[in-house]
Design a protein around this ligand. Structure first.
Ligand SMILES: *[C@@H]1O[C@H](CO)[C@@H](O)[C@H](O)[C@H]1NC(C)=O
Ligand SMILES: *[C@@H]1O[C@H](CO)[C@@H](O)[C@H](O)[C@H]1NC(C)=O
Length: 293
């Protein structure tokens, strides 16, 4: 007797897996909130500083500690600072280069909206479970929104990862020194004191991609809440005996084990939909093995 035969026929077990799916979905949406907060807090709350020194031939003109502060949203072309010209007390006003606000703001916006949506979803999952199921409208909207958000997380995290690498170049002390006229003269000695700390922003990119993975995972659990899960199983029809047995189980199917078992039994990866595969990874791995043995 296989794993799936053991577990799939009892309505009580079916209800158990349906409940498990809800519980997993609620848990994942709670994690989505937390991860979204990490993403927008680390990016939106960032401020950094670099420090350079200009050591003039005439030491009295030197400034050995020029601090340059910048912060979210990284409109670096608006960040100005004064550098000595090494000609008496005269100074020049300089600006950093580049404007990376679009990718940074896009990332933070997606994170904030993802947070708000998952907050709403948590309330609905916990307090309005029946309304959510009514006419299947809740799961359907939830499914579409989840797909859109996971796509947006991927796009905004990639854009922000690119933006961050550009910000790192533009605020590299060695790059900043190239802007100063005094440093173009060999006689004056220019150097970096310290560069900005990047750990916060690196974390924001990591959390961006973690959010993508989390939301992409959510797609599967929300998908199971829609009715499509059951009807979708009719289509990958083969002709083996095991196939038939998998189809016979269909009316009972609610959770994931039955379906993945059916697919696993076919032993045909080509026939699996991407959802079927996701299911296989999520829960069906051991089942497939059981069937093959
Ligand atoms: C050096 O530059 C900083 C600005 O970064 C300024 O506050 C400070 O007064 C300057 N020091 C001298 C000696 O000019
Ligand atoms: C250095 O600067 C001081 C005052 O700014 C000036 O009096 C002096 O002549 C300068 N020395 C040289 C070698 O330029």
């Amino acid at each position: 007797m296989s794993f799936q035969e053991l577990y799939s026929f009892s309505p009580a077990t079916r209800a158990f897996w349906a409940k498990t799916n809800q519980a997993v979905l609620t848990l994942m949406i709670l994690f989505s909130q937390l991860f979204a907060i990490f993403a927008f807090a680390t990016c939106g709350g960032y401020s950094g500083q670099l420090r350079v020194s200009v050591d003039c031939v005439n030491k009295t003109d030197s400034n050995l500690s020029i601090g340059i502060d910048f912060a979210y949203p990284f409109r670096l072309h608006q960040v100005s600072f004064y550098a000595p010209l090494c000609e008496g007390k005269r100074q020049e006003r300089l600006f950093l280069t580049g404007d990376y606000s679009s990718s940074a703001e896009f990332f933070v916006t997606i994170a904030v909206f993802a947070f708000l949506y998952s907050l709403l979803a948590t309330v609905v999952y916990i307090f309005f479970q029946n309304k959510y199921r009514e006419n299947n409208r809740g799961p359907l909207i939830d499914f579409i929104v989840t797909v859109v958000f996971s796509f947006m997380w991927l796009v905004s995290s990639s854009a922000w990862a690119k933006g961050l690498s550009d910000v790192k170049v533009a605020t590299d002390p060695d790059e900043v020194l190239l802007l100063m006229s005094a440093c173009k003269l060999q006689a004056n000695k220019c150097g970096s004191v310290h560069g900005p700390m990047w750990s916060g922003l690196n974390t924001s990119v990591v959390f961006g991609f973690l959010n993508f993975v989390l939301w992409a995972g959510n797609i599967w659990f929300v998908f199971k809440e829609t009715g499509w899960h059951k009807s979708a199983q009719r289509y990958p029809a083969g002709s083996s005996d095991k196939q038939t047995s998998a189809l016979n189980q269909k009316p009972y199917n609610r959770g994931s084990f039955e379906q993945s078992g059916g697919f696993g039994a076919q032993g045909d990866l080509g026939q699996q939909s991407s959802y079927g595969q996701a299911d296989g990874y999520a829960a069906g791995g051991p089942t497939s093995f059981a069937n093959q043995m």
